[in-house]
Design a protein around this ligand. Structure first.
Ligand code: SF4
Length: 587
């Protein structure tokens, strides 16, 4: 029986510049207790179709359809269908405790007392894997981790006892370990409650892990549909093949180039906030021209480290040196301004909407001291046009505003702005995370070719291990603000030593049906020691704990270029080792 049945849905937008056809006779359905997926690149019309089903499109949208029905009846949004969105922070009310947000939703749909609603809310939080629900209900959304917020959003969706949940890019903003938890949770909810699920995603790995039926969407039309096996094993359309190629292409291992000169060195850098979050005792070095990756889940301290490197935060202790010169208050501004630049995750948020692309680039040049800062406006404009051409845009694009560009084009402007000062180190903080697979591949190729041509070192901060494997030569894995493992990317990814690295690598969704459906070990919902407490931060989730793991923080044990912070590799545990002893994974 079909829970959702959409037939020949078309959407046309009326704008000041004329009409734009966003959807063209799109049909799809979801069976009772089934999971269907709609996959396509950004701009393909996936979200427009979902909003049309929910009746949430803007007034200038003209919607026509032969049928949009739930169990044969006209849809009543909010009762029949609930939605879980990518950005759980923006869909939860930041000023209201999560308990109240869930109980209000329950009472809006069910005639019950406050006490009954509270009890049901606790049950729902328990169902979505949140421990101590009564205590969590007294917290605000910002007090929860990204994964916990997504679980709360799923609990709210379940509170209206919908027949169907639409999950729009439900794991895109999450790191691999949390992503795997949410995928397992969604599968379990469908099994246990019989609710049907429609997943909208650009990620073939997520679609492979969840869906039994798949619709492929391009330019507002469904161009191919079939069972997951048909789509993954014998795709017919060139576009579907390309989506699979793009997704699989990222799985290939590739090592970058190394250079021996150390550009940036961090020694025992610590920065702890009142919330006990932050980074502790970080030591690493980035060499000239290499791509160095920093991996870890959200909240592990990756962005704190990037902000320290760009001078936006001051460390509490430790030393940072650039080409051997200590970066302190006196020297850091000058060196960082030109030589260390950053590309951000959200290209729209990081560009001033009132400045054209050309003006944004000229402003970046103007802010520089030294020779380039002394350029005339005409020279700056010429340089800005040159940079836009280098990142694959045109000189004419200099007169366009950010809103006139697509997400991928805006990221190109972000890269051009970072490169205009000819930096030696580029910090890319989740710079590709917000882009779909095809755009991500293009921007990645661009970054790699520029990096190689100009021999720029790159600190690539990401939760996406597939990407990190492809591009970086060395990697550091962060867990709760401490370095878990550091080494050659190829070695770490093919033979991880630290229990957390093993888990993280296992968790990454693969665009392969067999691998994606295998039950993989994932982190429990709430893991880790309380931040700042004694002992190894991974002790609560680790399957190899020893007594010492609860009482002491493990030191960093070095073996050649490889380092790992785990007692399994300590001399006390492995015994006295002969000189030249080759350490291998202890588990
Ligand atoms: Fe696990 Fe102990 Fe190693 Fe931490 S130090 S990762 S708890 S074995």
């Amino acid at each position: 029986m079909k829970v959702l049945d959409v037939q020949n849905l078309s959407v046309q937008y009326h704008t000041g510049q004329g009409h734009r056809q966003a959807l063209d006779e799109v049909s799809f359905s979801v069976e009772k207790g089934g999971i269907a997926g709609i996959v396509g690149e950004s701009g393909s019309g996936k979200s427009t179709a979902m909003l049309a089903v929910m009746g949430l499109l803007a007034e200038n949208a003209d919607v026509t359809a032969d049928a949009i029905a739930v169990c044969g009846q006209q849809v009543v949004p909010g009762r029949d269908i609930a939605m879980v969105l990518q950005d759980s922070l923006s869909c939860l009310n930041p000023t209201v405790k999560i308990g109240r947000q869930i109980t209000e939703t329950i009472r809006a749909h069910k005639n019950c007392t406050r006490q009954e609603a509270r009890e049901r809310a606790e049950e729902l939080l328990d169902l979505v894997g949140i421990r101590n629900p009564a205590q969590r209900m007294r917290q605000y959304p910002f007090e929860l981790s990204g994964g916990m917020r997504q679980r709360t959003a799923i609990a709210i969706a379940l509170a209206c006892e919908p027949k169907l949940i639409i999950a729009d890019e439900p794991t895109t903003a999450l790191d691999a370990a949390v992503q795997a938890q949410i995928i397992l949770l969604l599968r379990r909810i469908v099994q246990d409650t019989g609710t049907s699920l429609l997943v909208v995603s650009h990620d073939m790995g997520v679609i492979a892990a969840l869906c039994s039926r798949v619709y492929v969407m391009q330019s507002g039309r469904i161009i191919e549909q079939g069972t997951a096996e048909e789509i993954f094993y014998s795709p017919q359309q060139e576009y579907t093949k390309k989506l699979l190629r793009d997704a699989r292409g990222i799985q290939r291992l590739r090592t970058g180039e190394k250079d021996s000169e150390v550009l940036l060195r961090l020694e025992h850098v610590t920065k702890v906030f009142d919330t006990k979050e932050g980074i502790r005792d970080i030591s690493l070095e980035i060499r000239k021209g290499e791509i160095y990756a920093l991996a870890g889940e959200s909240g592990s301290g990756k962005t704190t480290l990037a902000r320290i490197l760009t001078g936006l935060l001051k460390p509490d202790s430790g030393r940072i040196s650039y080409k051997g010169e200590t970066l302190d208050a006196g020297t850091q501004a000058g060196i960082r301004q030109g030589k260390i630049q950053m590309v951000f995750q959200d290209p729209y948020g990081s560009l001033n909407p009132c400045l054209t692309a050309g003006q944004a680039l000229s402003e970046a040049l103007k802010a520089l001291s030294g020779t380039q800062g002394g350029m005339t406006p005409r020279e700056r404009r010429r340089k800005a046009e040159e940079m836009l051409c280098m990142v694959g845009l045109s000189a004419e694009d200099a007169d366009r505003y950010p809103e006139e560009f697509s997400g991928g084009e805006r990221q190109r402007i972000g890269i051009a702005r970072a490169l205009i000062s000819e930096p030696e180190l580029l910090i890319c903080d989740e710079a590709l995370s917000a882009l779909d697979a095809a755009t991500r591949s293009q921007i990645l190729e661009l970054l790699l070719s520029i990096q190689k041509k100009r021999k720029i070192a790159c600190l690539f901060i990401s939760h996406d291990l597939a990407l990190i494997r492809k591009i970086s030569s060395r990697i550091s894995v962060l867990y709760q603000g401490r370095l878990a493992e550091t080494g050659d990317t190829r070695e770490v990814c093919s033979d991880p030593w630290h229990p957390y690295t093993k888990l993280l690598l296992n968790a990454a969704p693969q665009p392969d049906l067999l691998k994606a459906r295998r039950t993989r070990p994932v982190l429990p919902a709430e893991t880790g020691q309380e931040k700042g407490s004694r002992g190894c931060p991974f002790a609560e989730a680790c399957g190899y704990t020893m007594k010492c793991c609860y009482n002491e923080v493990p030191g960093s044990y070095s073996f050649g270029s490889r380092k790992t912070a785990c007692f399994l590799y300590s001399e006390e545990h492995t015994g006295k080792r002969a000189e030249g002893y080759q350490m291998t994974s202890q588990i």
